[in-house]
Design a protein around this ligand. Structure first.
Ligand SMILES: [Zn+2]
Ligand SMILES: [Zn+2]
Length: 379
């Protein structure tokens, strides 16, 4: 049953040592002090200027409604570890945990190791899919650079560039070169990848805004923004990037506690036409999904002037939904279910965030707004 290859462990030892060494916070002094302020103000300024989709024209701004015909929702996690790198359980145990807990798909993403789902074929059926992947684990100076590759054909060697941005880009490119889908992991881990870095990366569509590992600083703190604020800055600056929630689980044995990397903390629910890798990848990269730490949705309905979020009622929980536009501004807040937002003014995008009365969240992906003169022209 255990098809462990000792060769992998030999190769992995220096990698794990490097990962452990990188866990120490990176020196903030490595970045020019003025860079953050300049980049931030430039991006946020966009929000305060009238958008191209002004209300003066004959037609009004409207949502770019996705085509959802023939789709259904699939729950999955795209980031988790096994004994093939620094997890505490064999791939079989990890995959079974997700299958037994109602997930439809899973990516095993070990550090610089390709944990081949072909060895776990007996767990796969019409209701559970394993998508091959890897966490390309690199660094620049003291900053960890971790980029997941989803739907990979084989192991992809992590790369280093001559700059921090270049290192992130090199790993994104390495994943694209084999037609995989990259996502940039836990940017606040080691405070490594601030807004200014993420804004310069190209050909990436997915960013971890919530990672279940206890030391990755999702919420930011001090002078460092949380991942939602960074995400809004990127969106406001015109980058089409979608926010995912993941487990980054390492610990399936023993106690489940706040300071361990246990499973079940962050996931995505993807609206796809089939439970197969390409359909799931296409839906993720088109933003046809929501991310969650516990709130489940029955549906997200987008029409030209309306965004509806239908929340799955759990017990006597209450829900607060905020609709967020350019610059991260809260445009509306409601306790109703479904939560409904009517588009009345130009915004670059509108996204929704649902929080339940226990603190669990769901993040609906941004819906782009097109103006009277442009049809899907935004990039
Ligand atoms: Zn990582
Ligand atoms: Zn990881």
């Amino acid at each position: 049953m255990k098809r462990r290859r000792t060769r992998r462990f030999a190769l992995l030892a220096p990698v794990l040592a490097a990962v452990a060494a990188l866990a120490a916070p990176a020196g903030a002094q490595e970045r020019p002090a003025g860079a953050r302020a300049r980049g931030a103000s430039a991006a946020w300024a966009v929000a305060h200027e009238p958008g191209p989709a002004g209300l003066a024209g004959a037609s009004r701004p409207r949502f770019e409604a996705p085509d959802t015909a023939g789709t259904r929702w699939y729950k999955g996690n795209t980031h988790t570890h096994t004994l093939e790198s620094d997890g505490d359980s064999p791939p079989e145990v990890v995959a079974r945990w997700y299958r037994d807990h109602g997930y439809d798909f899973l990516v095993l993403s070990d550090h610089n190791v390709f944990t081949d789902p072909a060895a776990l074929e007996h767990l796969v059926d019409s209701t559970f899919l394993l998508i091959p992947g890897e966490e390309l684990t690199s660094s620049f100076e003291r900053s960890p650079v971790h980029v997941n590759g989803l739907n990979l054909p084989h192991v992809v060697e992590a790369r280093r560039g001559s700059t921090l941005v270049g290192t992130v880009q090199a790993n994104v490119d390495a994943v694209r070169e084999v037609e995989g889908v990259p996502h940039i992991n836990h940017p606040n881990f080691g405070w490594a990848l601030p807004y200014e870095v993420l804004a310069q990366v190209r050909n990436d569509r997915l960013l971890e805004i919530h990672n279940g590992h206890p030391t990755v600083h999702n919420e930011g703190g001090g002078d460092s923004p949380g991942m939602e604020e960074v995400w809004d800055r990127l969106l406001t600056g015109g980058k089409r990037i979608y926010g995912i929630a993941v487990d980054d689980a390492h610990h399936f044995q023993g106690e489940f506690s706040r300071d361990r990397a246990n499973p079940g903390r962050g996931w995505v629910a993807v609206r796809a036409r089939a439970l197969e890798p390409v359909a799931i990848m296409d839906a993720l990269e088109a933003g046809r999904f929501y991310a969650s730490t516990g709130v489940e949705l029955d549906d997200v309905v987008v029409s030209p002037a309306r965004l509806e979020v239908h929340i799955r009622q759990r017990g006597d929980f209450k829900y607060t939904t905020e609709f967020i536009g350019g610059g991260g501004r809260v445009l509306a807040r409601t306790g109703a279910n479904p939560a409904v937002f009517e588009l009345a003014a130009a915004e670059p995008y509108v996204r929704a965030r649902v929080r339940d009365s226990g603190g669990a969240m769901a993040w609906v992906q941004p819906v782009w707004v097109v103006g009277p003169k442009e049809d899907g022209g935004a990039r």
